[in-house]
Design a binder for this molecule. Structure first.
Ligand code: FEO
Ligand code: CA
Ligand code: CA
Ligand code: CA
Length: 666
């Protein structure tokens, strides 16, 4: 089919100004309500969250750091799935991390080099996923705390390993000596949903939770050492949260991946524990008792979204994904099974059919605006011939996906965050949020020179002429169109849709000509609504002196409106700078700011009801940078959102509605 026109009429709101207020700023005629904050109860009879650091029962409370989420419609009587259900539904939601300062009575503590068990338990349980029912009561969405669907999945919840890695020695652990099971999910960031009604949650910065002894490298093969380095699992790391330091007990020891007591039965062997994280986990929000499944055919990364165009009967099902680390890659997965609409209600059993067998590809962006999807398979001689560590089987490729992508020759990108599929034409948008390791000169691993798809890098030049690399500070959004408009195609066209920048920056920085109504930095969360509006959320440390993080609405046109950036050699062979960008710039009619969040938050997570009249957004870690040293003095905290006064700030879900009951945005 040809293109449906992508301009669908104008926005129905006036742009809001940038803001540093500790509040939600929305256009006139719009309202927001907090419906689900960290600690809110998920079962009847559990008391309200005290929010003073004393709450302990996070297995039945909302986790912290609300992140990506999806709305799954319910029938009016709550008896099951209804994709059109706009009055009652389930929010499946990631809880990426915790703000330990406000989670404990006096912030995180360490006694004799050990984290107290109660603090570790609380932090572990406040990570993961929640499923929570929301429904309209007198026209306003509320959480149904007594819903039979409510559920928490934490880093300790039993899960199944599915796909090529199932049964591999690479994931044999104390917990599962036949390598079919694992425990939990961790640092869940962006999300996806499947055509068969399930939720996909993506494990992002799991690597930083693991401790690894200084001498552990000496106990690993050269191939293992290479992979550990590629995943940031550094020898000598204590683990970001210090959970392993709690001491004895399987639930704590497992966070030290160098532990190996060499007992005959493997009962003290945690060396493969980190190989059980880094996947896309599928779970069925409608089946509270179903066991979540790690879909290892989609590779092991710092996974961001897994986003799927509407499937076509008789064609493969396709998921696009990014790996959010500096200089990592963009991927897609193409199922082996061809879509059968009879599977639309299949739950995780349909997931077994479409997500356990298929081909994973890494993207190569060529300078002429073309691109190739390079297969990560045992049929690719660049993998089987990779020196000095050739791949031996598909499980090897799926556990060591980054190394396989190196071998295949993918293009290293400026931190691929979320992706989104335009429902009008199946073009895919990827946010490249920023990259301090993209440098102009003297590049060597792990730093890279700019290229056509990642063309920006800046330096500060000091009075004495010395230079300091700043990299791609403000990020950009790239988009792809698979050839023949076939998501299973192995080649594509691409362009850059927009570069982030301050409105007042020189035109050599503000390449997209952004103005006061739409300037932004470090695009992160993106989602298309059903009618083709693109929401863009920001997560930016470089711009928070000017404005808190924000959300913009876009009508972004199509591939070809933008341009492959021109990268020119400025001062000799090792100096490259982008000097011109020939794309069609956004205007206030095609890109404008819709919302600004409270202080210190990241705006993340966007999902709407099927009627487009309620938009759910997550306010993640308001006041996060507050040091624990000022906990005794609330006047010094960076945020008190949402409850104000001297209250501790809380990550929370808000629901946005238009006061006249209309659709949100357009
Ligand atoms: Fe959790 Fe890459 O954002
Ligand atoms: Ca993010
Ligand atoms: Ca981010
Ligand atoms: Ca964050």
């Amino acid at each position: 089919g040809g293109d449906i026109p992508t301009t669908v009429g104008g926005f129905n709101f006036n742009p809001v100004a940038k803001s540093l207020a500790d509040a939600i700023t929305l256009p006139e005629g719009y309202s927001a309500e907090v419906i689900y904050a960290v600690g809110d109860p998920l079962k009847a009879g559990l008391g309200a969250y005290r929010n003073d650091g004393s709450d302990v029962d996070f297995d039945w409370r909302a986790g912290d750091h609300h992140d990506g989420m999806e709305y799954f419609g319910l029938k009016a009587d709550g008896s099951g799935r209804d994709d059109a259900g706009a009055e009652r539904g389930l929010l499946a939601m990631n809880h990426e991390n915790v703000t330990a300062t406000f989670l404990h009575p006096e912030g995180p503590t360490l006694t004799g080099g050990r984290r107290p068990q109660q603090e570790a338990d609380r932090e572990i349980a406040a990570h993961g996923v929640s499923i929570v029912e929301v429904r309209k009561v007198n026209g306003r969405f509320k959480v149904n705390a007594a819903s039979r669907y409510n559920r928490r999945i934490t880093p300790q919840t039993p899960v199944e390993i599915h796909g090529p890695v199932r049964g591999s020695l690479l994931v044999r652990t104390r917990h599962s000596t036949n390598a079919t099971k694992a425990r939990g999910t961790l640092n869940n960031c962006a999300v996806g949903r499947t055509p068969w009604g399930t939720f996909l949650t993506c494990e992002e910065n799991w690597a930083f939770y693991f401790a690894r002894a200084k001498d552990d490298d000496s106990k690993r093969t050269p191939k293992e050492q290479h992979s550990l380095r590629r995943y940031g699992l550094m020898a000598g790391a204590d683990g970001m949260s210090g959970w392993a330091s709690v001491g004895e007990g399987d639930f704590y020891r497992r966070w030290d991946m160098s532990r190996n007591g060499k007992s005959a039965d493997g009962s003290d062997d945690y060396r493969n524990e980190a190989n059980t994280f880094g996947y896309v986990l599928e779970l069925d929000p409608y089946q509270p008792d179903s066991v979540p499944r790690k879909r290892t055919a989609l590779g092991r990364l710092a996974h961001e979204c897994a986003v799927c165009p509407a499937p076509v009967a008789g064609r493969p099902v396709v998921f696009y994904m990014g790996d959010d680390t500096k200089n990592e890659y963009i991927y897609k997965f193409v199922s082996k099974a061809l879509w059968d609409p009879a599977d639309a209600n299949g739950g995780v059993v349909a997931g077994d059919k479409y997500l356990d067998y298929g081909t994973l590809y890494v993207a190569r962006f060529n300078a002429d605006g073309s691109g190739d999807w390079l297969p990560l398979t045992m049929d690719n001689s660049r993998l089987t011939g990779y020196t000095p560590h050739p791949f031996v089987d598909l499980a090897d490729i799926m556990v060591n996906t980054r190394v396989a992508a190196d071998a295949a020759g993918g293009t290293r990108m400026d931190r691929p965050e979320w992706c989104a599929v335009n429902p009008r034409n199946n073009e895919v948008y990827f946010t490249l949020t920023n990259n301090s390791n993209r440098v102009l000169a003297g590049a060597n691993h792990p730093k890279l020179l700019p290229d056509a798809a990642n063309p920006r890098a800046y330096e500060d030049v000091y009075g004495d002429g010395s230079r300091r690399n700043k990299g791609n500070v403000n990020g950009h959004i790239i988009r792809t169109r698979d050839n023949g408009d076939d998501p299973a195609a192995v080649s594509f066209r691409w362009d850059i849709y927009v570069f982030g920048a301050e409105a007042g920056a020189p035109s050599s920085v503000n390449l997209s000509g952004l103005t006061e109504v739409n300037d932004m930095s470090s695009p992160d969360g993106i989602t298309f609504t059903r009618n083709g509006l693109l929401w863009i959320q920001t997560d930016d440390g470089a711009y928070t002196d000017v404005s808190n993080c924000m959300m913009l609405a876009a009508l972004p046109g199509r591939v070809g409106d933008g341009a492959a950036a021109i990268v020119e050699n400025q001062q000799g062979s090792d100096r490259l700078e982008v000097t011109t960008f020939k794309g069609k710039n956004p205007t206030p009619d095609t890109l404008r700011r819709f919302m600004v969040g409270p202080r210190g938050c990241e705006l993340t997570g966007i999902t709407e009801t099927p009627d487009g009249r309620a938009l759910f957004v997550n306010i993640q870690h308001p006041g996060e940078e507050t040091p624990a040293s000022v906990l005794a003095d609330p006047a010094k905290w960076h945020s008190h959102w949402p409850h104000g006064g001297n209250s501790r700030p809380r990550s929370a879900t808000i629901v946005i509605t238009k006061d006249d009951g209309g659709t949100i945005g357009i």
